[in-house]
Design a protein around this ligand. Structure first.
Ligand code: NAD
Length: 416
């Protein structure tokens, strides 16, 4: 989708931040401190490709704010992963970690590449080189990467191994690892599970029966596929799903088991037997109770926001709405539940994983999911209460809570 705005994605995130700073009456210097990344690194990542050519990729690690603890945030492999995008995502991590009240600052990494066109060997070489390029910046008590768009537990295993070759066996350097290497059970499903918990809470508050509620999900990766599975188990009706190759629409409700099998065999959700094909653009405009973008940034902007027909938009992806789209949906009475709340399940279970690594201990699945439920539900309720009390949107409430917490700690530590 073409981006209409001339603002960068980082500028857009700062629009949300500025609104909250304004409301809190923060002075200009503090605002600037909260906006500005504390440390940024751009690296070049040379990779010998399978055809013998040498390709140089650009890599980034942005440490946005470390007031509340070690920096924490994923690593994205995507053609659009440039400085501005990584900065924006790092900033969102700061507010997310503060909102759900886990002891981390915010960071993000990225390599500008298209992992879909690269072999496993090329991705392994890229990951190893990227890790050694940022190695001096990360650390178990300094900055802990995790998977994001285009990366997964295998990527984290390679990162951990590259770091461990220099520092000795260090499982706590990344989260989202395979369980056999010190990963946490429940990490792969955590973000989707958090999305499902939030959807359940919103449905209850808005008096929408979750049973039979029509759900549309864009993106069928780590986040989207678990979201579909878990909402399906809650009795919701999944009417459409999509991925980068296209979508499947079945108004009577997709059989999730069949969908999983189809995706396994075909590598895409498109072409699901019995479904109607649908484009990603059309999917966003379907009438439904819950629209869940779970793929990439800025898929809803001022152009298509007037045509969204969902009752609630649940932001499972990071920054799926531009500020203009956010305002349009709000004016139209559509509830938007913001990314920094909705997709926090991943970093919450990453926090559990990091803790388990520090204590060389392994939690049971029930404990992981129960603790996740507790933290997500508490965070949701704090946002809902603040939103009701101040008569503001969920996003404004979420940013207010996050900003207050970071500003308070920055003051205690003597930064401001
Ligand atoms: P992923 O790489 O596992 O899956 C991404 C999915 O989106 C795939 O199905 C892909 O085909 C689809 N997609 C990619 N480009 C698309 C496009 N242009 N149109 C439609 N679909 C497209 O990534 P993920 O880990 O599931 O992350 C998805 C989103 O959730 C990202 O915004 C990410 O930052 C956010 N997120 C992820 C986690 C996590 O734990 N993985 C945590 C918090 C937030």
């Amino acid at each position: 989708m073409a981006i209409l705005t001339s603002m960068s994605v980082f500028d857009e995130v700062n629009v949300f931040l500025d609104r909250a700073s304004e409301r809190l009456g923060l002075d200009d210097g503090v605002r600037e401190m909260l906006r500005t990344p504390w440390r940024e690194l751009q690296v070049s990542v040379p990779v010998r490709m399978d055809d013998g050519t040498l390709k140089i990729f650009k890599g980034y690690r942005v440490q946005h704010n470390g007031a509340r603890g070690p920096y924490k945030g994923g690593v994205r492999y995507h053609p659009m992963a440039d400085y501005e995008e990584v900065r924006a995502l790092a900033s969102l991590m700061t507010w997310k970690n503060a909102l759900v009240n886990i002891p981390f600052g915010g960071a993000k990494g990225g390599v500008q590449c298209d992992p879909r066109t690269m072999s496993e060997g090329e991705l392994k070489r890229l990951t190893r080189r990227y890790t050694t390029q940022i190695e001096h910046l990360i650390g178990v008590n300094r900055d802990i990467p995790a998977p994001d768009l285009g990366t997964n537990s295998q990527t984290m295993a390679w990162m951990m191994d590259s770091y461990s070759q220099i520092h000795g066996y260090t499982p706590g350097i990344v989260t989202g690892k395979p369980v056999e290497l010190g990963g946490s059970v429940g990490r792969d499903s955590a973000t989707g599970r958090g999305v499902a918990f939030v959807t359940r809470e919103v449905a209850r508050d808005l008096n929408v029966a979750a049973e039979g509620a029509r759900i549309v999900v864009q993106g069928f990766g780590q986040v989207g596929s678990w979201t579909v599975r878990l909402l399906g188990e809650m009795g919701c009706k999944i009417i459409a799903v999509s991925d980068v190759d296209g979508g499947a629409y079945y108004p009577r409700g997709i059989d999730v088991g069949l969908l999983m099998q189809h995706k396994e065999e075909a590598g895409t959700v498109a072409g699901l037997r019995g479904s109607e094909p649908i484009t990603n653009e059309e999917l966003l405009e379907l009438e439904c109770e819950f629209l869940i973008p779970a793929a990439i940034d800025r898929v809803i902007d001022e152009r298509n926001a007037p045509r969204v027909r969902a009752k609630v938009v649940i932001e499972a992806a990071n920054h799926p709405l531009t500020p203009e789209a956010d305002s349009i949906l709000t004016e139209r009475g559509i509830t938007v539940v913001p990314d920094i709340l909705v997709n926090a399940g991943g970093v919450i279970v990453s926090y559990f994983e990091w803790t388990q690594n520090l204590y060389q201990h392994q939690w049971e699945m029930d404990r992981v999911n129960d603790e996740l439920n507790k933290i997500m539900t508490r965070a949701y309720k704090s946002v809902k209460e603040r939103s009701d009390y101040e008569d503001i949107t969920f996003r404004e409430a979420a940013f207010l809570i996050g900003l207050e917490r970071v500003a308070r700690v920055a003051e205690m530590r003597g930064f401001i």
